[in-house]
Design a protein around this ligand. Structure first.
Ligand SMILES: C[S@@+](CC[C@H](N)C(=O)[O-])C[C@H]1O[C@@H](n2cnc3c(N)ncnc32)[C@H](O)[C@@H]1O
Length: 244
């Protein structure tokens, strides 16, 4: 079955990316001031949204995947929180109200194909307050991509009733697109009880290229932050901060 962040993929994601913490979380929290309205497009399982909510921040989020949002709400309930999240596509998102801070962490923006980038940035610009800030990360093209045309096992996790195995193929094309295909299999006993296939194209950017993209889409005051050891020791990433 073809799915996008479906049940098995979401279960794997949640098992090792449940809640943001440490340097990454602190970086985003450092932009929050009293009484701010925060929006997290592509919020997924609430990895970032729930830690914000736990600190009493007025945050809401949206995502294309019902399954990721279901996990987000369930996780919130367990912590006596009620995440305000809804099913929407960033390329179609529109609201009358405006936000002080919009965040898209963890390279999620790179999941958008080229033809959705302009609408998506335009939608974010429209809902950002005059003095608001937009923080986002993309996957940077660092030429370290290793192609792999054959299915290769890339992850395996044991849960109560099942083991889920993730397989991947990776191809790179000249338009800086990583054509990744993922396959998740749920194994119970000796049987494969469910298979999920997922097309997972990732757009890689050069830092300057992405800054230009923000500029041509009406964003200013662009600052690129290097968050050293952001996802743990030895894993730095860049965050683009901008306003209108
Ligand atoms: C890698 S997850 C990241 C989730 C979250 N930002 C985090 O930091 O953990 C990317 C999320 O983007 C969502 N997504 C992909 N394309 C989308 C779109 N066009 N509109 C809204 N959400 C989208 C996926 O469903 C997925 O939940």
């Amino acid at each position: 079955m073809i799915a996008y962040y479906g049940e098995l993929c979401t279960k794997m994601y949640e098992s090792d990316k449940s809640l943001a913490e440490g340097k990454e979380l602190n970086f985003y929290l450092s932009f929050v001031k009293d009484n701010m309205r925060v929006l997290e497009p592509m919020c997924g399982n609430g990895r970032m949204l729930i830690p914000f909510l736990k600190r009493g921040i007025d945050i809401e989020g949206f995502d294309i995947s019902e399954e990721m949002l279901r996990v987000c709400k369930e996780k919130g309930r367990k912590l006596n929180l009620s995440p305000v999240v809804f099913t929407e596509k960033i390329e179609e998102f529109s609201r009358d109200e405006k936000y002080d801070l919009i965040i898209i962490p963890f390279g999620s923006f790179s999941l958008l194909p080229n033809h959705l980038v302009h609408e998506s940035l335009e939608n974010m610009r429209t809902i950002l307050k005059e003095d608001g800030k937009f923080l986002l990360t993309v996957m940077i093209n660092n030429s370290e991509t290793v192609e792999n045309q054959e299915w290769a096992e890339t992850n395996r996790k044991k849960f109560d009733q099942e083991t889920i195995i993730e397989y991947k193929t990776v191809r790179y094309n000249e338009e800086s697109l990583l054509n990744i295909k993922l396959k998740y299999q749920s194994i119970q006993g000796d049987l494969v009880t469910k298979t999920e296939l997922m097309d997972f194209p990732i757009r890689l950017y050069e830092v300057e290229e992405f800054q230009d993209l923000l500029r041509v889409n009406g964003f200013n005051r662009i600052v690129v932050h290097d968050v050293k050891n952001g996802y743990g020791h030895g894993s730095s990433f860049q965050v683009f901060e901008c306003g209108i």
